[in-house]
Write a protein that binds this ligand. Sequence first.
Ligand code: ADP
Ligand code: ADP
Length: 225
Amino acid sequence: MATISIRDVRKSYGKTEVIHGVSLDVADGEFIVIVGPSGCGKSTLLRMVAGLERITAGTMEIGGRVVNDLEPRERDIAMVFQNYALYPHMSVFDNMAYGLKIAGKTKDEIRQRVDQAAAMLQLEPYLDRKPRALSGGQRQRVAMGRALVRNPAVFLFDEPLSNLDAKLRVQMRLEIKQMQRSVGTTALYVTHDQVEAMTLADRLVVMNAGIAEQIDTPMAVYERP
Ligand code: ADP
Ligand code: ADP
């Protein structure tokens, strides 16, 4: 678990500033959902927390440590992407184990962590399969498993459910919330789906044109008279 502190963060591409000074304090174990129209900067903000985009100005802290100049792998985060980014030629087990192998974990530890994540995500029967032999929901679970085994302080989700049909989206939404609750990991979650935002968020960040217009509970944001 970790706190996240975003202080007057800006991002420019060339001469065009697309994030105009966003500040946000996230508590340990909090689930923050970032919403707003297409192009408002949700994904850019998340990618800056991940370290996939450099911040142009301001300060970003994860777990009390300034991460402005840290690579993604030096930050205590794991990201779940919209397109899952699974390795097609690897089994489910190897997909989940890959990052741990690269990080030099022992075989025993890898086996233990993957088994634990597979149990939590009901993936045990599928560990030997290739991604192409899985349903959309199962692939999404593998992507979550890959983040989970890393045991990160922060989960970052970039529209993880947008490739799923409506029914599965509801189910996976519940599973994501359960997983986050049971491990207690701080989460930042980007979506354009209002229902997803309302059901998942402890607090919402409503972005518009590169600004965090409102930061408040779903109740306060959506049920304001
Ligand atoms: P959202 O995730 O809310 O749809 P983005 O964060 O993807 O919005 O984009 C925010 C703004 O930054 C948009 O105007 C987009 O065109 C611009 N942008 C995003 N990535 C780049 C890039 N690599 N180069 C230039 N402009 C970009
Ligand atoms: P390294 O120092 O080699 O990057 P890491 O443990 O940080 O070691 O990451 C190992 C590999 O795991 C990375 O090279 C990357 O391919 C993969 N990886 C990184 N982030 C994620 C993630 N969120 N989910 C799944 N795999 C990831």
